[in-house]
Each structure stands twice: as structure tokens, then as C-alpha cells.
Design a protein. Structure first.
Length: 131
């Protein structure tokens, strides 16, 4: 889906697997939920990499996005991650409404520098996976 001021975004279901082909070593992830009752019933969002490192593990309490700058290890050509949400919501259960089960909104943008990644409210420097 389009998002003002950003590249396209994707909605996950309760879980989703992402493969981001590296355009640079610096990735910005923006994540948010739209659950109507999120203030009274937060949604747990976890982002973990292929080798088990947790990038995000937060209870989101509003629709405000969280931004995470990620630095990939030298030589990495892809970032593989799984995004899990504790619960989804359905915009409109009645046909012909929107019957998707939405988890978390995800925007990814490749950044120009390490400084751009470090300048985000959250920052993670990824290490190579152990063999």
C-alpha cells in the first residue's frame, strides 16, 4: 500500500517473513499497529533475524510508528527477519468490507549512511551469524 512520505508499506498477519536485498548497509524499519483498542490492550511486536537476534520486542500502545536504524555486517547482501505480532484485527468483518487480518504495518527504506541509521530513535548494529 502507499504511505505518504515513504515507500510502499506492507501489512503483516500474525507473523511474516521478510527478505530485504541490501542496497546499502543501512536500513530503516518503521513499524506500527492500527488496532482500535491498542491503548487499552497493547500489541506485542517482535522482529528477529534468521540467526535469532532480536531487533525489536515491544508492546506497542498507540498507532505511533517506531523507527529502527539497522546496520548490516560487512559483506551482507540480504537481511532476513521474521515479524511476529501478538494479535491482529479485522477492519471490517462484514462483506464486502476489508476482511484482512492486520498485524503490523512495515516500511523499509535503505539509508545513505551509518549516521542516518544511528540517528533513528532506535539503533541496532547487526553481527554476522555464527555458522
Amino acid at each position: 500500500e502507499p504511505l505518504a512520505g515513504a515507500t510502499s508499506f506492507r501489512w503483516t498477519n500474525a507473523d511474516a517473513r521478510f527478505l530485504w536485498a541490501a542496497k546499502t548497509r543501512w536500513l530503516l524499519l518503521r513499524l506500527w499497529v492500527q488496532n482500535p483498542d491498542v491503548a487499552s490492550s497493547p500489541v506485542q511486536v517482535t522482529v528477529a533475524t534468521r540467526c535469532g537476534s532480536v531487533v525489536v520486542d515491544d508492546a506497542l500502545k498507540s498507532a505511533a510508528p517506531i523507527s529502527v536504524g539497522i546496520v548490516l555486517p560487512d559483506g551482507a547482501d540480504i537481511l532476513e527477519a521474521t515479524i511476529l505480532t501478538s494479535r491482529t484485527w479485522q477492519p471490517s468483518a462484514r462483506p464486502p468490507g476489508d476482511t484482512r487480518h492486520l498485524g503490523v504495518g512495515v516500511v523499509s527504506d535503505w539509508l545513505k549512511s551509518a549516521e542516518d541509521a544511528r540517528g533513528q530513535p532506535r539503533f541496532v548494529a547487526r553481527k554476522p551469524c555464527d555458522s
